[in-house]
Design a binder for this molecule. Structure first.
Ligand SMILES: *Cc1c(COP(=O)(O)O)cnc(C)c1O
Length: 404
């Protein structure tokens, strides 16, 4: 993504041309960036070749998951729908892990039938339910237990998951009790210890703390875990000056851990694989002038990109054509939806804009389209995959007739 002759381009495609040809709002993904992210992720942890299970919830586009599958990645799913989607994309069931605090009996039943690698259980009741269903089916099921390591991920509170007040995982005391329950069960094979402390983590220290907690608790259990699933959560830079996660330090901490506890490491990255792969292209419908600030009313809204409304997230926002004139007033970028939280960002000293011009929001590949809705009965945007100069529709724009 860069300006070539003042025109914003992804790979070899000019954004304004995409808007003209496919309309707006439009999601597009860069294949080049996707490939780079996956290769970098692998390279960062090369010495112990982990199983990388892409967190499907971050982007549920079938064709994009297919591309990810071609790099040999597995999947982390959190519902039956996501499991079906991962299988449809050709992901090997032996590379699929199923997470989530509220798996229903139907979902557990389906996961057992599909012979996935692991069901990561998050409560005593769930383990008993897996045991019951497995017994009925006369099957032995591989499971993991998700531990709540009571570790602060130092990220936004809305996306922190590893503290004791969070609903996720099982506390140490219950965890230790459940080990013997699993060891005595004929239908459960406890193969994995799993954790996931949160999302958009930029500091390696919470990961180090988490590994320390795992080290201590494994010593207490004396159980041999074949897999250690460290979850995902690796953060990305949403603006140019934010810090970057030190993968080297995280990698060293894991290597040290593995010396003491030899096992296969599983990761469940979502954002770090697809976050900076996606762009949301929208057109300015109107500019409403106000005393202190001007409202830039876009044809994209919170139903298309929910992260700003949901978490107060900021996405880098750029004009498709670069010009020199700067606005004296603050620009507030908003959507047309009838909610005051339907607001993307406020920016000072932005280049002077005109109605009908194109605006691009960056880093929307993760939790962008997957969190979108039809609120206000707005059809969902088209999704495009850009590979060099080739543009492919990987999901059609919804029509009003799909909704009405
Ligand atoms: C959401 C989630 C992930 C992915 O998190 P990212 O921050 O996108 O890497 C991984 N594992 C579990 C259990 C999750 O809930």
């Amino acid at each position: 993504m860069k300006y070539i002759k003042k025109r914003l381009t992804i790979d070899k495609v000019v954004i304004d041309d995409i808007a003209k040809k496919f309309g707006t709002p439009t999601y597009c993904y860069s294949y080049t960036q996707l490939k780079k992210n996956i290769n970098n992720f692998k390279k960062n942890f090369k010495s112990f070749s982990p199983l990388i299970c892409f967190a499907i919830k971050s982007n549920t586009n079938l064709n994009l998951i297919r591309e990810i599958q071609k790099f040999g990645l597995g999947a982390d799913v959190v519902s039956m729908g996501e499991l079906m989607m991962a299988l449809k994309a050709g992901i090997n069931p032996k590379k699929i892990v199923f997470s989530g605090v509220g798996k229903t009996s139907k979902e557990i039943d389906y996961a057992i039938d599909k012979k996935i690698l692991l069901i990561n259980a998050e409560s005593k009741s769930e383990i008993k339910e897996i045991d019951r269903i497995a017994r009925l089916k006369k099957k032995k099921v591989q499971i993991g237990i998700r531990l709540n390591p009571n570790t602060d991920a130092k990220t936004l509170s809305q996306i922190s998951t590893g503290k004791k007040e969070n609903k996720f995982g099982i506390n140490e005391k219950t965890f230790l009790e459940l080990i013997s329950f699993c060891q005595n069960s004929k239908n459960i094979n406890l193969e994995c210890l799993s954790v996931h402390i949160g999302s958009q983590i930029l500091d390696h220290k919470p990961y180090e703390k988490m590994l320390n907690v795992l080290d201590k608790i494994i010593d207490k259990t004396k159980h041999k875990f074949k897999f250690i699933d460290l979850g995902g959560g690796m953060g990305i830079s949403y603006n140019d000056n934010s810090k970057k996660l030190n993968y080297q330090k995280y990698n060293s901490a894991i290597k040290k851990f593995l010396k003491k506890h030899p096992s296969k490491i599983i990761f469940e990255p979502g954002r770090s694989i697809v976050g900076d792969v996606g762009f949301l292209i929208s057109r300015i419908i109107y500019i409403k002038e106000n005393e202190k600030k001007d409202f830039i009313i876009l044809d994209a809204a919170m139903n298309d990109l929910m992260r700003p409304a949901l978490y107060g997230a900021n996405h880098k926002t750029l004009p498709s054509i670069k010009r020199n004139q700067i606005s004296k007033k603050i620009y507030e970028f908003v959507g047309p939806i009838c909610e005051s939280t339907d607001k993307f960002v406020s920016l000072k000293k932005f280049q002077k804009l005109k109605e009908k011009e194109i605006i691009v929001m960056c880093d929307v590949g993760a939790y962008g389209m997957s969190l979108s809705s039809n609120y206000n009965l707005r059809p969902k945007p088209v999704e495009l995959l850009i590979k060099g100069s080739n543009i492919r529709i990987i999901k059609k724009r919804q029509k009003h007739t799909d909704l009405i």
